[in-house]
Design a protein around this ligand. Structure first.
Ligand code: HPA
Length: 272
């Protein structure tokens, strides 16, 4: 049972730290180097935590980092798993469940995405205001434990408007250009065909990616406040703009945008 699995993970973590973080951060693409800025109190490897998704292929499976960032007590996930790697949606989202039961009330998530909005360019950052879920399998499917959340969670304002406003304030004050947009999630791992990018644009999405939505569904199920920040790694609309994307280019684009993302998140934490 999910509730018991969460408690098992919590019990183990509580043998290592009695920290009480209020904000959880998933250090996805663009925020990875935020890990170096945390005043660390403890680190726990995913491999050691009961029921955490573990990876046998990577030498470094990921870790939960407890500490302080911009004066705020936080817990950060350094390393995350994706549905396209073969994990179930329940496995992908289990760490979010655990962070909630550690006491967080807010979650911050970053990702890289393709842009299907001609006005949102490569290297720019986007505060996600809503999503379209086209991923198969839902982490909330199956038995619902009311101790964790409701059977039919509402999705209006899943992306907490007050957090978006805060991000806008921070971005404006720091002179950082930003957009707001709708994120569409697909399972990947392939990128999309031109016809698919066109379709994604047509149905109302500004961004497309392969992560984040499962974590948001689970976070909203547990009534967390949610903030998602994306970096555009490739321009996908209009379709003439699509170029063959190499991983090297993506890393370069994201590397340039990363300081902007870090600056926004730290600015928000300082005020929260
Ligand atoms: N499609 C899907 N996921 C992505 C993309 C994309 O173009 N870019 C970065 N993540």
């Amino acid at each position: 049972m999910l509730y018991e699995k969460i408690q098992e993970a919590i019990s183990f973590i509580r043998t290592k730290t009695d920290d009480t973080p209020t904000v959880g951060i998933i250090l996805g693409t663009g925020l990875g180097s935020l890990a170096d800025r945390i005043k660390v109190s403890s680190k726990i490897r995913y491999n050691d935590i009961p029921n955490f998704p573990t990876s046998t292929v990577e030498s470094h499976s990921g870790e939960l980092i407890f500490g302080e960032l911009a004066g705020k007590k936080i817990v950060a996930m350094s390393g995350r798993v994706h549905y396209y790697e073969g994990y179930s949606m329940k496995e992908v989202t289990f760490p979010v469940r655990v962070m909630k039961f550690l006491g967080i009330d807010t979650i911050i998530i970053s990702n890289a995405a393709g842009s299907t909005n001609a006005d949102i360019k490569e290297g720019e950052i986007v505060f996600v205001k809503d999503h379209i879920n086209l991923q198969p399998e839902n982490p909330l499917r199956g038995y619902n434990d009311e101790r964790i959340g409701p059977r039919f969670p509402d999705m209006k304002n899943a992306y907490t408007p007050a957090l978006i406003q805060l991000a806008q304030k921070v971005g404006t004050e720091k002179g950082i250009k930003f957009h707001e947009g709708v994120y569409l999630g697909l399972q990947g791992p392939n990128l999309e065909t031109p016809a698919e990018y066109n379709y994604i644009h047509t149905i109302g999405a500004d961004l497309v990616g392969m992560s984040t939505i499962p974590e948001v569904l689970v976070a909203k199920h547990m009534d967390l406040k949610i903030f998602v920040i994306s970096v555009v790694s490739n321009q996908c609309f209009p379709i003439e703009q699509i170029t063959q994307t190499t991983i090297e280019e993506v890393i370069e684009v994201v590397g340039k945008a990363s300081p902007k993302m870090i600056s926004v998140v730290e600015g928000m934490l300082g005020i929260l």
